[in-house]
Design a protein around this ligand. Sequence first.
Ligand SMILES: NC(=O)c1ccc[n+]([C@@H]2O[C@H](COP(=O)([O-])OP(=O)(O)OC[C@H]3O[C@@H](n4cnc5c(N)ncnc54)[C@H](O)[C@@H]3O)[C@@H](O)[C@H]2O)c1
Length: 348
Amino acid sequence: MQCIHTTDPSPSRSPLELTIMPRLTKETIGLGFIGAGDISILHARAIEKCPGAKLIGLWNRSQERAIQRAADFNCRNYETPEALVNDPAIDAVLVLTNLESHLEYTKLALNAGKAVLVEKPVGVSIAEIEEMNQIAKQRDLVVMPGHNYIYEAGMMRIRELVEGGDLGTICSAYVMYNIHHPEEVANRYPGVVRQILTHHSYMLLYLVGAPKKLCAMKSTLHYKEYQAEDIAMVQMQMPGGALAHFCASFAADDHASDPWTVMIKVIGTAGSARYSYRDHVEIKPGLVHSQTYTAYQGSITNEIRFFVEECLRRGTPPLSTLDDAITAQRMIEAAEASIAENRIIELS
Ligand SMILES: NC(=O)c1ccc[n+]([C@@H]2O[C@H](COP(=O)([O-])OP(=O)(O)OC[C@H]3O[C@@H](n4cnc5c(N)ncnc54)[C@H](O)[C@@H]3O)[C@@H](O)[C@H]2O)c1
């Protein structure tokens, strides 16, 4: 898909993008959740807003939470993940468990003949994502990475401008994220390199393409016991010479004017573009955030709609594919190597 060269506005599309997958023609597409943690709340709201889709049921490892969430979402509670994936009422499965179990449940669903949306980070390693990709291709089923940020109109417009050459030669790209996460929330996740820079990586791929080299640093500033990093930054060079920068922080909210809560900028010789979470803010706590950033739910609502209407009904590939998830994982592993070895890493 998204390998746009920063000095060449004409995009080169991979063959996967042109692949048309099988379509579902049922009036109502049945969806099931494997995992019913925090993120399932946003996916359930998204399905409610998606015409022609229905949440049939869920399975969660702990029964207490499963019972509660099934009541909240007004859906079935399956006793096992096998019962869920084998129910003919379920056409596609959303894998919403922790990172380490994504491969297991994605395989389970694919082997039962079901399409999958799997949360990010898609896999623990490149090999895991490649395995999913191979089974999905063999079975002719879509596996859509939960790369939600790019399903926003503002992001699509930036890509369109870059792709059309309207911003001229791209000079720089920035993806900034500063959202405080309390330690008890953060310690359910890997550090921000995997948890948050994965978002940054697929966004950069979608907007301007893959970097050719990078270096990274990380630090831990506000946790008392959790050892993982709560802030990380990455510096990159693109094939055409442009530079890109990532910041991911759970350490503090940005309270200054025009904050970099989630801020994306692409600057070119003929124009520039930005996307910001601060365009819509509701003064009420949002899941684990101090305020509600409307775009968070909005991007997941758009993602689900794309999954159902485009991927499942029309056979269109996702805007960010498993091949992109592999490239994003390669960037994450390069950032980890850069941190560990204190050096610049070349990406082939
Ligand atoms: N797209 C986004 O913006 C976004 C935001 C937050 C989380 N996520 C992703 O969503 C996934 C879930 O995150 P969450 O915030 O809901 O976490 P959570 O801790 O609230 O829920 C995780 C769920 O997975 C279950 N689980 C854990 N280990 C399991 C195992 N080995 N087998 C089966 N079930 C297991 C737990 O019982 C729990 O219900 C993660 O992959 C995370 O990275 C994505």
